[in-house]
Design a protein around this ligand. Structure first.
Ligand code: IMP
Length: 432
């Protein structure tokens, strides 16, 4: 029963889309199990760049079928736009190929409005959400008053419940000093899009169970990253879903089973979008610009969903070790190694220091990192472009040494290294 899992090992944006694209080549199913259209997965195939938010990225391959599991929250308008975009670029997303769980929750216009209003009300303590309504949709799910895909089957009740939830959220919006939504206008685009999802609806848990039993290969595709996990991340600066490997089973409606590969994707450096702790953040303007890029390329460090510039810094080995542990990672994929080319010295955080101690592990999880200063190790860099290299042996010695050090510090082997956005710009780590 091969269930492979791929998750982000940092704060999201690790380049999961391109790694999924690689691993999905021989998968029968690709499945999203968490998050919503806050995710932005970029896949470049030849001259085409796909920016996917809800549909599993592996769908750009002709063979695998796609699943959006019950752990995902769906904005029908965004999803139908994405389906249309994929159709126009020749990717088959018809209901025969793309399946959505009947138990996935719906993001409504009320959720988006509440997300924005709540952020404003937080003032100094803003989380920096993507504004997609993710938090309020999961809040309604936990409060047992959410709308699920199943509710689209009864149009009249759906309309009634949508109206009711809009009226309720209007009361909250006004209490927060925000403008209420025009209920009729808010449902005008929304209802047709929600109803258009009906042909996709099925019991995806049953489908995947049967597929695994028949020996088919399922690739579970995580959104966001370990440090944004609701329970295990840098709480409260997290998203509202389970982003780690253990979230796959409830998020896809599967029973307890042992996965095959559990792959964690990490950049060769660290980035974060939104607020929250970031011990290895680089504040020097020249260095920041160097790691972030200008925004001219789709792979520069600007949010795929929001366009916000990402905060950048050095690889945090303490947090990576934590991600290896809490996900049970069997391997790491190291992305964007090419971005470090030309730096005379590369820093990597190996431990933290508080007032009087060196700490190799987080004493109380990653929520409060303020008391710690990173302890850096400095490694010599390498000169010259490495984006054309395809074999481990051809990487400069110092680049190989950096990868080996990442393995030692994190405690997980690196299986693949990416040196550019294209499908083929990937290097298999060989033992030699
Ligand atoms: P939300 O998921 O929109 O509620 O945002 C909560 C936090 O997670 C914010 O700091 C966002 O910037 C961050 N976040 C959500 N989705 C992503 C993602 O796909 N990549 C990186 N950060 C994300």
């Amino acid at each position: 029963m091969p269930l492979d899992i791929l998750v982000g090992a940092q704060w999201g944006d690790e380049g999961k889309g391109r790694v999924v694209d690689l691993l999905a080549a021989d998968a029968d199913w690709v499945a999203r199990f968490n998050g919503g259209d806050n995710a932005g997965h970029t896949v470049t195939v030849g001259r085409q760049t796909f920016k996917l938010h809800l549909v599993p990225s592996g769908i750009v391959h002709p063979h695998p079928r796609g699943v959006i599991g019950n752990g995902v929250v769906i904005n029908p308008v965004s999803l139908m736009q994405e389906v249309q975009m994929l159709k126009e670029t020749g990717v088959d997303t018809r209901p025969a190929r793309l399946k959505i769980s009947f138990a996935a929750h719906l993001i409504t216009p009320a959720h988006r409005a509440l997300d924005a209003a709540q952020e404003r009300a937080r003032g100094q303590l803003q989380i920096g959400t993507t504004g997609r309504g993710i938090g309020p949709a999961y809040t309604d799910r936990a409060a047992r008053r959410g709308l699920r895909l199943l509710d689209t089957l009864d149009e009249i009740t759906l309309k009634e419940r949508l109206h009711q939830s809009l009226l309720e959220s209007n009361r909250m919006l006004m209490a927060w000093g925000s403008e209420p939504l025009d209920v009729e206008a808010a449902t005008a685009d929304y209802l047709p899009a929600a109803l258009a999802l009906r042909p996709y609806l099925t019991d995806t848990g049953l489908l995947l169970h049967q597929a695994l039993k028949a020996g088919e290969k399922v690739l579970a595709e995580g959104a966001q990253g370990t440090l944004l996990d609701l329970d295990l991340g840098t709480y409260p600066f997290v998203t509202s879903s389970s982003t780690t490997a253990a979230g796959v089973l409830p998020g896809l409606g599967l029973g307890m089973l042992s996965p095959g590969r559990v792959v964690g994707v990490t950049k060769a450096f660290q980035t974060r979008v939104g607020s929250g702790p970031f011990p290895t953040e680089e504040l020097d303007e020249i260095m920041t610009a160097r790691l972030r890029g200008t925004g001219a390329n789709p792979w520069d460090e600007f949010g795929t969903t929001t366009g916000r510039p990402r905060r950048v810094g050095w690889l945090d080995g303490v947090l990576l070790r934590y991600a290896v542990r809490v996900n049970g990672l069997t391997e790491l994929v190291l992305t964007k190694l090419d971005v470090l080319s030309g730096l005379p010295v590369i820093r990597i955080c190996t431990a933290y220091q508080d007032a009087d101690r060196r700490l190799d592990e987080l004493p109380l999880g990653p929520a409060n990192l303020a008391p710690f200063a990173p302890i850096y190790e400095e490694l010599p860099g390498w000169s010259g472009d490495i984006s054309h290299i395809r074999h481990w042996q051809d990487l400069p010695d110092n680049a190989q040494a950096y990868v080996r050090r990442v393995e030692e510090i994190s405690g997980a082997p690196v299986s693949l290294i990416s040196v550019g956005p294209e499908r083929e710009q990937i290097i298999a780590r060989s033992a030699a």
